[in-house]
Design a protein around this ligand. Structure first.
Ligand SMILES: [Zn+2]
Length: 422
């Protein structure tokens, strides 16, 4: 490890930047930020260096590190990609023992990567919508209890459900998770009414495609205080790759992926596309965007998420595209979109007092940008330097580490489970 580039020192002072605090619309001009031991200790003008390492940020914009509100951090290589894109925290949407281990290694400094909060495994009923071997089919109250125990034992603070849980099992799970303070997120329901699920405390709807069809039901969910994560980019992969002739190889950041992951994505994408073509599934993307827009008319509890690393969704960098889509397709202002990737997901992850805003006392997760994303959301792609905790990551460091990632070999799909709860 070259300490020059990714230095761990107790004090850093970032000088003379325009600071987008993401707190009460506040933008601070010619502002310095002091960080010590991974915490923002002070903001203000002309702070004395006092022995801290000085980083000149004149002419630059500093905002809180981005939070990707929906990821599957299933392979180690993804960690440096997140950081290179300015993503300093993630909400991992399916957690097993290996994720607990990854969280530990990142915390210990053995692996470069973002801060992680995770759900436990995905719980589903028989006749699953998305048959995946790794999801847990839960059919009895006893299995619900074991699922809750597993989730808590591994240090995960959220639960995730798919829509096919049997009504009595779903109601029991919702009540028990409320007792255990484990918020439940996922693809909502096809077995009980959406209104009832939300009344039972359903915490966050993942994907625009999981929102209810009827506008009044969407309004009910929004007004009840449920969170919502659109993941627009992944919703578009079906029409784009199956019907619109889009190619993975044309993705702007395709080359940052390890060669073996590129091969794996091409193979999986072909299998997925073939199956959709056979079934002639042609979703109208405008329909699901409209559902999201209805939600946003009644609530600002919206978080940006990418759903990486589904084929076509490149860890870290896909969040930039997602933010552009929240502005161009959902009509969010640039500031709303930035909030959806900072202060809002921090609150959703129950980290509002630690992350997502630049205020003394918060974690020093910061990104330095060349361009102002408040004036043009595409400015988010001008990430220059990333501070996460007490570490400073430079472009030189990223270039070297991404080169290593690209030449990795032998990464295969991880196998988590057997589909039956242990
Ligand atoms: Zn997902």
């Amino acid at each position: 490890m070259d300490l020059k580039d990714r230095s761990a020192c107790s004090g850093i002072i970032l000088k003379n930047a325009t600071v987008l605090t993401m707190d009460n619309h506040e933008v601070l001009q010619n502002c310095d930020i002091r960080c010590r031991d991974g915490i923002i200790t002070e903001t203000g003008h002309d702070l004395a260096p006092g022995g801290d390492r000085v980083i000149d940020a004149s002419g630059r914009y500093i905002m809180p590190g981005l939070i990707d509100g929906h990821v599957h951090f299933d392979q180690d290589y993804m960690g440096i990609l997140f950081l290179a894109a300015g993503v300093t925290s993630v909400r991992n949407m399916r957690g097993y023992a290996e994720h607990e281990d990854r969280i530990r290694r990142i915390r210990a400094g053995e692996l470069d990567g973002p801060y992680i909060e995770s759900t436990g495994p995905i719980f589903d009923g028989v006749d699953p919508n998305i048959p995946e071997d790794d999801n847990w089919i839960v059919q009895t109250f006893d299995e619900v209890e074991r699922g809750i125990s597993y989730t808590k034992e591994h240090g995960f603070r959220f639960m995730k459900t798919y829509p096919s849980l049997r009504p009595d099992v779903y109601r029991f799970l919702m009540r028990r998770c409320a007792d255990e303070d484990l918020p439940v997120s996922g693809h909502m329901t096809k077995t009980i009414r959406h209104e009832e699920l939300v009344d039972l405390g359903y915490y966050c709807c993942e994907h625009s495609s999981s929102l209810p069809r009827e506008e009044e039901v969407i309004r009910y969910c929004a007004k009840a205080g449920m969170w919502y994560c659109p993941t627009q980019l992944v919703c578009e992969t079906l029409p784009d790759y199956v019907w619109n002739g889009k190619r993975l190889e044309d993705l702007e950041k395709w080359d940052v992926l390890p060669g073996c992951v590129q091969e794996e994505w091409l193979r999986r994408n072909e299998v997925i596309s073939e199956s959709y073509r056979k079934q002639n599934i042609r979703p109208d993307i405008r329909v699901i965007i409209n559902r999201g827009r209805v939600f946003m008319e009644h609530s600002d509890l919206v978080i940006a998420g990418s759903d990486c690393a589904y084929p076509g969704i490149i860890p870290g960098f896909a969040l930039w595209t997602e933010l552009e889509k929240l502005v161009s397709l959902y009509g969010m202002s640039n500031e709303e979109a930035l909030l959806a990737a900072t202060a809002r997901p921090a609150r959703c992850m129950k980290l509002g007092g630690r992350k997502g805003r630049i205020v003394p006392g918060m974690d020093s997760d910061l990104i330095i940008l060349k361009e102002n994303p408040l004036s043009d959301i595409r400015g988010i792609a001008s990430v220059e330097t990333v501070v996460r905790g007490d570490k400073v990551y430079t472009q030189e460091y990223f270039a070297r580490e991404l080169e290593k990632v690209h030449s990795l070999t032998g990464i295969t799909e991880p196998a988590f489970g057997t589909g039956t709860i242990k």
